[in-house]
Design a protein around this ligand. Structure first.
Ligand SMILES: *Cc1c(COP(=O)(O)O)cnc(C)c1O
Length: 411
């Protein structure tokens, strides 16, 4: 088919979009342009941490939006200063750099690790050990870091300096460790990779290895951070603090905001002029980030995430018992849960949509559930009922055909 016949959208056709658009959102619900209501268990890929149209976020947007949006990092930004102070007070870190996306945050974390080594007299230690199944973003360095051939293909020479090994394999990490290794980069729970939770002893071994060899430990918490797992940051689940951490997604509640956080020591090479961004942490973005923290850091909020996560997981386990032909496993922490499927994940997502609930496909044929953190018991019950209906819908189809269609990965 020719270009003119094929193309009806002016958007670059890099996404396989579902034929569905939304007009408004409230809490955990989305309303489509044709008026249908959906329970949003994708949260815009873990971004809508406080759901849609949260009154406190709308108020912050209105208030700051009426005053001042942007001044640039040539000047002091009190809102960003405050947000950074609060993140530092609530984490392992001493210092924060704000970005506009997750990839930019991971990219900054990588640069900081390389600069740490070179400022310590080891410019040769620029290599970073990374893991199969990882996702770190779509810039040239972050696709090289994750090493997924699907995302590297056709984009020229792979950015040098990443050694990818199997997730969870400490012997492979030791074997990859060489005189040029300067850091290790890992998601404590892989999101895109299919909600793969790193074994706690593995993360502890990485920490020990880093301490022993003078390496930095980098956590990509772009998806797991800001309350998602029932802790403010997932590293707390494992009691393994990193040296540098990238966050984004949930920290802006839907406004593009990311950050990398670092200890003073790990950030020692990042002096005036070494790094920058035009938009990062502008007054509007930082005001919204502060408003997100107002809610997430309020007493009881993170505990609520943990409770709702446990309830969801328990319900999903029951669903697996009743629908073993559809569901092969449940995995995750807090409100970051994965349903491992025996049917193609895109079929499950379509059946769920037909029942008025949205989920996100991930690798390993897993449906990702990333509902807003403000979700309540009634909405979880409603979600479980809709998943049940989606399973029944799939079971009414030919199970053999379904099984044959399952592919190894689907995103
Ligand atoms: C989404 C994601 C990124 C990339 O974030 P963008 O905002 O899309 O650039 C990086 N790392 C992880 C773990 C993510 O989930």
């Amino acid at each position: 088919m020719s270009w003119s016949e094929k193309v009806t959208s002016a958007l670059l056709p890099v996404y396989a979009r579902v034929n569905l658009a939304f007009e408004r959102g409230d809490g955990a619900w989305l309303t489509s342009t044709s008026g249908e209501r959906f329970l949003d268990f994708g949260g815009g890929i873990a971004v809508a941490s406080l759901g849609h149209s949260h009154s406190h976020l709308v108020a912050a947007l209105d208030e700051q939006g009426a005053k001042l949006w942007h001044t640039s990092n040539l000047f002091e930004i009190p809102q960003a200063e405050r947000l950074a102070q609060r993140l530092v007070a609530a984490s392992f870190a001493d210092t924060v750099f704000f970005t506009n996306s997750g990839a930019e945050a991971v990219e900054g974390a990588i640069k900081t690790a390389r600069k740490y080594q070179s400022s310590g007299g080891h410019p040769e230690k620029f290599r970073i050990i990374t893991f199969d199944g990882a996702f770190h973003g779509r810039t040239l360095a972050t696709i090289a870091a994750a090493g997924n051939p699907k995302y590297l293909e056709g984009f020229g020479p792979r950015v040098e300096g990443f050694d990818t090994v199997p997730f969870g394999d400490i012997e492979a990490v030791k074997a990859a460790l060489g005189p040029q290794t300067g850091a290790i980069l890992i998601e404590p729970i892989q999101g895109e990779g299919g909600i793969r939770v790193a074994p706690p002893h593995f993360l502890r071994s990485l920490r020990d290895l880093c301490d022993e060899h003078g390496l930095l430990l980098l956590f990509d918490e772009v998806q797991t951070g800001v309350g998602r797992t029932g802790k403010l940051f997932a590293y707390e689940l494992f009691s393994v603090p990193p040296d540098i951490m990238a966050v984004a997604k949930g920290i802006g509640g839907g406004f593009p905001l990311g950050a990398f956080l670092s200890t003073r020591e790990a950030g020692r090479g990042m002096t005036a002029g070494t790094h920058g961004t035009t938009y990062g942490g502008n007054p509007l973005a930082a005001s919204i980030g502060n408003a997100v923290l107002d809610v997430v850091l309020a007493p009881g909020f993170i505990e609520h995430v943990g409770l709702m996560g446990a309830r969801l997981k328990q319900g999903l386990a029951g669903l697996q018992e009743r629908h073993g032909g559809i569901i092969s496993g449940i995995r995750g922490e807090g409100l970051m849960q994965g349903i491992a499927l025996r049917v193609p994940v895109n079929d499950f997502a379509a059946a769920a949509r037909a029942e008025g609930i949205l989920v996100i496909p991930a690798a390993e044929n897993v449906a990702r559930l990333l509902p807003p953190l403000i979700i309540g018991e009634a909405e979880i019950s409603e979600a479980l009922a809709r998943f049940e209906a989606a399973c029944l819908r799939l079971e009414s189809r030919d199970p053999e055909t379904m099984a044959a269609k399952v592919s190894g990965t689907a995103v």
